[in-house]
Design a protein around this ligand. Structure first.
Ligand SMILES: [Zn+2]
Length: 297
């Protein structure tokens, strides 16, 4: 397939959907520190392949990772961003926690030092398109181009080189707005599609304390899962140190996901499951405002 064209076209309209961030300053890593038993840390690493296709996260799909009770996969979307991503990385480093960053390629290109820091500190570099468009509003060709340009920009920023396939084959659609055609295309390339099991709703305005309370209540209700946060959000960056402390205090454990060779253990959704994000994406696509609690991630 053709790829690696200069990322000019296609996506200016998408800039209006979400505030992206201009290139800015450096990203000095803090001195490494040892984490004692009081730190949250990483409980285990789960490496898996998406061979033949994989779509996980109960918000969008009827399957998810078969995590144990109180296990959590931390994921951050839309970065990197000046000002907030470094704080997120500081908070993770202070607790020896590893997360997965679903990068916007344009942001990665603008702030490569932050992406290099994410990679150097052992986080997983995953993908969230080049410019965060609603893929359902693009032609199939434009959508594929945007996704591929995101892979390339993220890997260039992280590793200084990009091959024909992303080094970590993990992808999340902007706004969870997938299509069957694109899902099939990603599956044919053995690229995993991530939804989420729970989220902070941090695209809504709230205080860090409100966000902390909301996330903890959802973690307690779901007993863990794939958690979606946004490292471009000041409130999320502000509450993350407390969130990690509170997770430790209440017995949650961090699972770090990585690309691997074998399919992951999966769990089916309970009977009566339906996609929550499909309702959001469909409403957005139809031009109807989504309910406040479920605006687009
Ligand atoms: Zn996003």
């Amino acid at each position: 397939m053709s790829r690696r064209r200069p990322p000019r076209a296609a996506t200016l309209a998408a800039a209006a959907l979400f505030a992206l961030h201009a290139p800015a300053g450096g990203a000095a890593a803090p001195a490494p520190k040892s984490c004692g038993p009081d730190a949250l840390g990483v409980s285990r690493t789960l490496a898996f392949s998406a061979r033949g296709g994989l779509a996980i996260g109960f918000k969008s799909y009827p399957k998810t990772l078969d995590l144990a009770d109180h296990e959590v996969v931390l994921t951050f979307d839309d970065g990197p961003a000046a000002g907030t991503t470094a704080k997120i990385l500081d908070a993770l480093a202070a607790e020896c926690v590893k997360a997965t960053f679903f990068l916007i390629g344009r942001n990665a290109r603008g702030l490569p030092a932050l992406v290099r820091r994410e990679a150097a500190e052992g986080h997983t570099i995953a993908h969230h398109s080049f410019s965060h468009p609603d893929m359902r509003r693009l032609s199939e060709a434009a959508a594929k181009k945007n996704i591929d340009e995101g892979f390339a920009a993220d890997d260039m920023a992280a590793y200084g080189a990009a091959a024909s396939e992303p080094r970590t084959p993990f992808f999340r659609y902007p706004g969870f707005s997938d299509t069957p055609t694109l899902n099939g295309w990603l599956a044919s390339r053995n690229i995993a599609v991530f939804g989420a099991d729970l989220w902070a709703s941090d695209w809504n305005k709230m205080t860090p304390q409100e966000e902390l309370d909301l996330v903890m209540s959802r973690l307690e209700a779901a007993k863990g899962g794939i958690l979606l946060l946004h490292d471009i959000k000041a409130e999320t960056a502000a509450m993350l140190p407390q969130l990690l402390r509170e997770m430790k205090r209440r017995g949650f454990r961090i699972v770090h996901i990585r690309p691997g060779d074998d399919p992951p253990p999966l769990r089916d959704a309970p009977a009566g499951w339906s996609s929550e994000t499909e309702k959001i994406a469909a409403g957005f696509y139809a031009g109807k405002p989504a309910p406040r609690a479920a605006r687009r991630p």
